[in-house]
Write a protein that binds this ligand. Sequence first.
Ligand SMILES: *[C@@H]1O[C@H](CO)[C@@H](O)[C@H](O)[C@H]1NC(C)=O
Ligand SMILES: *[C@@H]1O[C@H](CO)[C@@H](O)[C@H](O)[C@H]1NC(C)=O
Ligand SMILES: *[C@@H]1O[C@H](CO)[C@@H](O)[C@H](O)[C@H]1NC(C)=O
Ligand SMILES: *[C@@H]1O[C@H](CO)[C@@H](O)[C@H](O)[C@H]1NC(C)=O
Ligand SMILES: *[C@@H]1O[C@H](CO)[C@@H](O)[C@H](O)[C@H]1NC(C)=O
Ligand SMILES: *[C@@H]1O[C@H](CO)[C@@H](O)[C@H](O)[C@H]1NC(C)=O
Ligand SMILES: *[C@@H]1O[C@H](CO)[C@@H](O)[C@H](O)[C@H]1NC(C)=O
Ligand SMILES: *[C@@H]1O[C@H](CO)[C@@H](O)[C@H](O)[C@H]1NC(C)=O
Length: 501
Amino acid sequence: MGLSSNLMAPAAFFIVLALFSVPTDAQIKSDEGFISVFISSKGLGFVKDLLMHKAVSSLTPIEIQPIEKIVKIPLVGQVDILLSNITILSVGVGTSYVSSGGAGVVIVASGGTANMSMNWKYSYDTWLFPISDKGAASVLVEGMAMELTLGLKDQNGTLSLSLLDWGCFVKDIFVKLDGGATWFYQGLVDAFKEQIASAVEDSVSKRIREGIIKLDSLLQSVPKEIPVDHVAALNVTFVKDPVSSNSSIDFEINGLFTAKDGIPAPTNYHKKHRAPVSCTGPAKMIEMSLDENVFNSATSVYFKADFMSWIVNKMPDQSLLNTAGWKYIVPQLYNQYPDDGVNLNISVSSQPMLKIADDKVDTTIYSDMIIDVLDSGEVIQVACISLVINATGSIQISKNNLTGSFGLTEFTMSLKWSNIGDLDMHQVQAAMSTVIDTVFLPYLNLHLAKGFPLPVLPGFTLENAEIICRNSQVMVCSDVVHTGEYDLYKLLPLWVNMLSI
Ligand SMILES: *[C@@H]1O[C@H](CO)[C@@H](O)[C@H](O)[C@H]1NC(C)=O
Ligand SMILES: *[C@@H]1O[C@H](CO)[C@@H](O)[C@H](O)[C@H]1NC(C)=O
Ligand SMILES: *[C@@H]1O[C@H](CO)[C@@H](O)[C@H](O)[C@H]1NC(C)=O
Ligand SMILES: *[C@@H]1O[C@H](CO)[C@@H](O)[C@H](O)[C@H]1NC(C)=O
Ligand SMILES: *[C@@H]1O[C@H](CO)[C@@H](O)[C@H](O)[C@H]1NC(C)=O
Ligand SMILES: *[C@@H]1O[C@H](CO)[C@@H](O)[C@H](O)[C@H]1NC(C)=O
Ligand SMILES: *[C@@H]1O[C@H](CO)[C@@H](O)[C@H](O)[C@H]1NC(C)=O
Ligand SMILES: *[C@@H]1O[C@H](CO)[C@@H](O)[C@H](O)[C@H]1NC(C)=O
């Protein structure tokens, strides 16, 4: 691949990053990605700026091999010239932009320069005696063009980055000598210009190749799971090659919750076709779409891990925790166990399924509540009430976590069994309403308020996120800020630290 002529503007410096990924039929089939991440052209611009900053600051200093040559100078004769300690001190980039390229995304940066320093030395023989001199020089490199063709692929569930093609071209160099004779200046420039330029091209290309290899091993080292807590983790395995088009890239990751060791695996999910959801409002850097099954895999893991049952022995209204409080609700309970303590043993009886509808999340929670009486050190189960709670919730975002909260829509209840005879369910209804409002939902919401982490690389934070719930999907439209330092390579230990609990 060559640079087109309009990129070869004089006195400009280009980096061309082409992120190529050519999907084939084989890669499109059998993708079970429940989270897809779309990086828009705005997002690619952000990534490009980050990479450019990294690339440019990691380029220098570059040491270049000494160059020696015997040069024929008019009126002087054969001169032996040695250039040594040739160093590229700094590289500067002016502006840059992203544009879509035929099969990929092209990032172009222009309007920069590079400063170099070197030592020079020459010697020649006259018919009388040898003459020599030495000094330093500074070199300004202009019109440097760099071209990279990068392949981005799914390799065994992680992203792999490869350099498919590269090139570096120097348009012109300007030398400023400290000392030296006038003839030497012209001789040096004439004889060495090409060689210095190609030495710069070679060393910069080599540095970029090394950089890409490092970046690739960094990407490959990103763990395939994000731990959530001691029960669950989020599977962030890539399921297919990224697809790039129209200045954007689409990634698909598994996105389901998985269980930690010793906890039964969640139900198997198969991807259903969902009508696409679009972000509204001003363009954002990323659009992350989470399928309903992401949430249902979470409820599956927590349900199977026995996380959905608890004993209530404290509540805002303590009266229900003593049989005295039940005196008028279930008179026989008080008569049989006067002034005894009561615990409520609540357990969810089947995995709650979430339905993501327009701007809300609905769920039905089937649960059993056993009334336990604490009678002289003994726990006596007296009755069990089945509750079917319909709740509606909303999803919010807190930093990089998706959080939620639910409110009661309605509930039904029935007596499952009783050791104290029939209960007047009409009387019990108000008590259950209190339990749901003051214990059940607040407890649930307390857990949901922490949320779970979205697959965002550590060092990056979502900003101005907007959430859309529709068509069985949750769409997160967001910008991203880089909160870590601008050194991508240094993120490696950070990732490892943040991702291992
Ligand atoms: C080599 O170049 C570097 C950078 O310009 C400079 O700091 C150093 O002193 C030079 N070394 C010699 C031996 O001239
Ligand atoms: C090169 O050196 C000049 C003069 O010292 C300076 O103005 C310019 O910013 C430098 N360029 C880079 C890319 O460091
Ligand atoms: C793929 O990943 C698995 C587990 O992450 C590992 O055991 C296996 O060796 C990897 N295979 C290749 C070809 O890298
Ligand atoms: C490409 O992106 C531009 C702006 O982001 C948009 O207007 C255009 O419709 C897109 N084209 C396709 C084919 O997606
Ligand atoms: C994570 O997702 C990958 C890709 O879908 C799948 O092959 C792997 O089995 C999943 N891991 C677990 C622990 O479920
Ligand atoms: C709570 O109820 C469940 C059955 O729903 C039972 O298995 C468990 O042992 C009970 N826990 C206590 C502490 O009573
Ligand atoms: C609760 O939700 C379920 C499922 O959406 C529905 O069938 C039921 O009628 C709703 N109402 C009550 C009171 O449970
Ligand atoms: C994000 O979620 C995890 C897992 O629930 C939790 O440990 C962490 O504290 C949450 N972070 C924030 C900022 O809420």
